[in-house]
Design a protein. Sequence first.
Length: 76
Amino acid sequence: MKLAEALILRADIQKRIEQLKSRLADNAKVQEGEKPSEEPKALLAELDALTSELERLIVRINLTNCTAKIDGKSLT
């Protein structure tokens, strides 16, 4: 995967995480006796998986940035 692709993927995952947080907040506000429109446990599991994926991706991006060289010199 190229760095540009990884950065696009990172932005996409971050957007999806924010959407999940919003959906979780919406499902936390339910009238007593009613059921949420989505299962909060499933949303939390999806959020956890996306967060782990984002963490792994950020590590790979950072490693790429640390090893990249221009004119024989490190970028960091």
